[in-house]
Design a protein around this ligand. Structure first.
Ligand SMILES: *[C@@H]1O[C@H](CO)[C@@H](O)[C@H](O)[C@H]1NC(C)=O
Ligand SMILES: *[C@@H]1O[C@H](CO)[C@@H](O)[C@H](O)[C@H]1NC(C)=O
Ligand SMILES: *[C@@H]1O[C@H](CO)[C@@H](O)[C@H](O)[C@H]1NC(C)=O
Ligand SMILES: *[C@@H]1O[C@H](CO)[C@@H](O)[C@H](O)[C@H]1NC(C)=O
Ligand SMILES: *[C@@H]1O[C@H](CO)[C@@H](O)[C@H](O)[C@H]1NC(C)=O
Length: 176
């Protein structure tokens, strides 16, 4: 799982197959988030472990907090999160972070989204995510094959009405 606004700068950052969940954007390396339980930004996890924790919650729409809920899933499953060990760069020169304040759409919150998304979700996840596959694109990067899958996500409006904040006056949100 890779934030699109975070680019690696240190060639020691390893994207190898993760036997254990591997948090590449560790708190001591990420430009902005430095709390111990932070696992956002860039996290490598294998399919077996992703299925074990029922993937990610489907209650998060827009920007933020889904990674903190995912941390609790990993902890409850007793998975050991590993982090890079041999990185001599720090918070200012390990990643380039391109995230401006102009991206308001991402941070809009409505209904009781704020309250619900601060709670552990034991119901939703990989087993009930609703989506359609729209198309596949086959790419090649430095000779390695890559498949981009374009999907359409469906929202359950009765459980997560906040997937569409345009119909309700939104609460102002300050980015943490
Ligand atoms: C140290 O960095 C190298 C890349 O230069 C990587 O192959 C290796 O796995 C890293 N070792 C650890 C313990 O992170
Ligand atoms: C996590 O690490 C502990 C201590 O090294 C080990 O006993 C346990 O088996 C590990 N758990 C997993 C899921 O690999
Ligand atoms: C890469 O890792 C090696 C040890 O494996 C270390 O000596 C070196 O300082 C690291 N380089 C960077 C840029 O982090
Ligand atoms: C990172 O950059 C900020 C802003 O330029 C600076 O205040 C801070 O001291 C730097 N931190 C490190 C560890 O270099
Ligand atoms: C939406 O969620 C409710 C409550 O969990 C459930 O009963 C309903 O079947 C869901 N709708 C769809 C289309 O999955």
């Amino acid at each position: 799982m890779h934030d699109v606004d975070l680019l690696p700068l240190n060639t020691n950052l390893s994207y190898a197959y993760p036997e254990q969940p591997f948090h590449l954007a560790a708190p001591n390396l990420h430009p902005r988030y430095h709390y111990d339980k932070f696992i956002g930004g860039i996290l490598l996890i294998n399919r077996k472990h992703f299925q074990l924790v029922n993937g990610l919650s489907n209650r998060y729409w827009g920007w933020g907090l889904e990674d903190d809920e995912f941390y609790v899933r990993l902890r409850d499953a007793h998975l050991n999160i590993t982090r890079p060990q041999n990185i001599s760069t720090g918070i200012n020169d390990t990643f380039r972070h391109i995230h401006g304040k102009e991206r308001k759409r991402d941070t809009a919150k409505c209904y009781n989204q704020r309250e619900v998304t601060r709670k552990r979700d034991r119901q939703t996840g990989l087993h009930d995510v609703m989506y359609n596959i729209l198309n596949y694109k086959n790419l090649e990067i430095n000779g390695a094959p890559l498949i981009v899958i374009n999907i359409q996500l469906f929202c359950n409006y009765s459980t997560t009405p906040w997937c569409d904040c345009s119909t309700k006056k939104t609460e102002g949100n300050k980015m943490p």
